[in-house]
Design a protein around this ligand. Sequence first.
Ligand code: NG6
Ligand code: CA
Length: 529
Amino acid sequence: MRLTPFLAFCSAVLAAAAEPSKRPPNIVLLYADDIGWGDLGCYGAKVIPTPNLDRLAAEGLRFTAGYCTSATCTPSRYSLLTGEYAWRRKGTGVLPGDANMIIKPGRPTLPASLANLGYATGVVGKWHLGLGGEVVDWNKPINPCPNQIGFTYSYIMAATGDRVPTVFVENGGVVGLDPKDPIEVSYKKPFPGDPDLTTDAERAKLKMDWSHGHNMALVNGVGRIGWMKGGKAALWNDETMGDVFADKACAFIATNKDKPFFLYYASHENHVPRVHHPRYAGRTPLGPRGDAVVAFDDQAGRILAELDKHGLAENTLVIYTSDNGPVLDDGYKDQAVERNQAAGHRPAGPFRGGKYSILEGGTRVGFIARWPGRAPAGKVSEALMSQVDLPAVFTKVAGGDPAEFLRLDGVDTGAALTGGPGRETIISSTQANILSIRDERWKFIPGWGAPGKAKNAAAKATGPLVALLGSEDDLERDRRDQTGPRLFDLQNDPAERKNVAAEHPDIVARLRAKLEEQKAKGVALPLPQ
Ligand code: NG6
Ligand code: CA
């Protein structure tokens, strides 16, 4: 039967109305902090129950070669939100809590791109990209804050749980601040009356003792980095922080359920201090570090349930990934090293290294994409994925033009979300701006001179890091080899134990040239401010 043009038009309109996927998909990014490749059940963890992330993987596509761009937080988040490698720019290392904002208003960002396409864009959780201009006054509206670079809603902590100020900031204002008790922050010296947390007497009173750093301000029985004064009514509570963030995330979804939205859920789990609600205690044999991963999984579960509740799951792309690899002792005595060893848990899975390291464990992290009807459910992909591409990929998913993110570092790897190929190469970096480059099979790390000058984790490894870097023999070999070029066959040697640079000078030359080409671009191009 042939339809008249009018009837054909009507049936097209009805079909479009009935098909929710005509509305651009919502995007939810579940971003973990310091959670390693091997910390989730779906990535092989035996002693940490993560039913919600496992469900996400069962309903979506689980990547085995997903990467953050750096082995620490600030640079990874900088790349995630700008689509630009942080090593191209000075001042993008781990920031103090009173740093000014390093993403300048006006430059292209992931949230601004989606907001321009009509999305409600929310960030909830850990920020750590600085706030305000030269000097931050916590007692006035903070500008710039995430709302000036494209987020329509923000509920954040300024930096990390272990840095002052230990308060939440909603849309640029400190939550619950009593104007009669203004906040002052100093990263230089204590305020009169601050206890000296380096003394045995004061340490004995702490809820959780420090192992290195973390001996300045005393907040909620825990030592922090930096000092602060005032703001008593606004101080957060570490035990309920995860619930507060999950509440805010769910409220953002409920408020915006009738239009496309992007939620960047930047959980604080499992960053230090690992002080959680008592309901998590003992859920794993790993102590507070395990509790934290369980808490993260719970938060993810609440957000997924909120999508289900509003019938949004079908038209929502959910991505899980993490800002850097795992760390055991990151400055507090929370038994992570001892318990981990006893339980035989491998937080970086089959890889060596972790947070701070140029080895795979530093930047190769969990990466899951659930997109009903698009991402093949329950499948595993070996495609190379980088978080630096997410501004381009999400912009395209939202129906926009990703050109501004493809100019320098972004690659449109959207096809990988539906089971297609990913990147050809991935560059990783550390805090000390050591770079590595990998392709499908090989990974190249340039050498950096005399052992005494070596700047990587192996050279500086203390007891806790040794646990992630392998045996003493491994460490000794790392120390010896890192002075010259290193080449690893990731397919056959995922733990990067056998340097084959001498056997393959051609591959070394090819990857070195690729890396140099990328570095040269950073110098040549006028980068946006
Ligand atoms: C380090 C802190 C560590 C953590 C890290 C940043 C000390 C001794 N160590 O300087 O605890 O805060 O910075 O972590 O203070 S990140 O995940 O935000 O990059
Ligand atoms: Ca981190």
